[in-house]
Design a protein around this ligand. Structure first.
Ligand code: CA
Length: 226
């Protein structure tokens, strides 16, 4: 299930958004001020963030800029007040992916949400080679070396590592790992992810029991550091 975070201080808009998105089968979380929204956005593996601009404590612009500077690539849909062209341009410059002008119809908003989620599924800038700690990995040749020595990874472990590195410094949920690495059509339990993460850790971590690169985030998923 796709997880959406709404950061909006106007109660009537927030409630309408929550209802409409929940009806469509999304898992919705919300924050009513900028600071709370920012800390939620940083810590949890959301698939999309709906972000108002005028917010108490921290503006939508600041939230957007800070998230992007931290390397977060989660799609952001901004809510702008009517006819504020400047807001739209600034929002997109700061890294928002799209915007909807208030007042908006539920249908229009849902269409934008779906389009953004669909686009986010496509691979972004691909990583061919990557180096972290004493590890060098080549995703084109399917080669990985630790301290210069070749180690063996399965194709699935390569895909898993690639996904984690692509989303480094972000918390990724088990569901998003399943969607991306295993694909929608295969039925796998979230626990399967944990099993394969454990295998991957044994191969790349110095101490798999206290991992340095693939960090578990309790109740949410994993985060790659390196
Ligand atoms: Ca507002």
């Amino acid at each position: 299930m796709k997880k959406i975070l709404i950061i909006e201080d106007e109660e009537s808009i927030l409630l309408a958004l929550e209802d409409n998105l929940a009806l469509e089968g999304y898992e919705v979380s919300s924050a009513t001020d900028g600071e709370q929204g920012f800390s939620m956005a940083k810590e949890h593996g959301y698939d999309l963030i709906i972000l108002d601009i005028m917010l108490p404590k921290m503006s939508g612009f600041d939230i957007c800029r800070e998230l992007r500077q931290a390397g977060m690539t989660t799609p952001i849909l901004m809510l702008t007040a009517k006819s504020q062209e400047v807001d739209k341009v600034l929002g997109l410059e700061l890294g928002a992916d799209d915007y909807v002008t208030k007042p908006f119809s539920p249908r229009e908003l849902l269409a934008r949400v779906k389009a953004l989620l669909r686009r986010a599924k496509q691979p972004k800038k691909d990583i061919d080679r990557y180096r972290f700690g004493d590890i060098e990995v080549d995703f084109i040749k399917y080669e990985i070396r630790k301290k210069g020595k070749s180690i063996y990874l399965t194709a699935l472990e390569f895909a898993l590592l690639h996904f984690l590195i692509k989303h480094k410094e972000q918390v990724v949920s088990r569901d998003s790992i399943l969607d991306e690495v295993w694909g929608d059509e295969v039925y796998v339990l979230p626990r399967t992810v944990d099993k394969h993460i454990a295998e991957l850790r044994k191969k790349i971590e110095d101490k798999p029991s206290s991992p340095k690169y693939i960090i578990g985030v309790r109740g949410v998923g994993y985060k790659f550091k390196g």
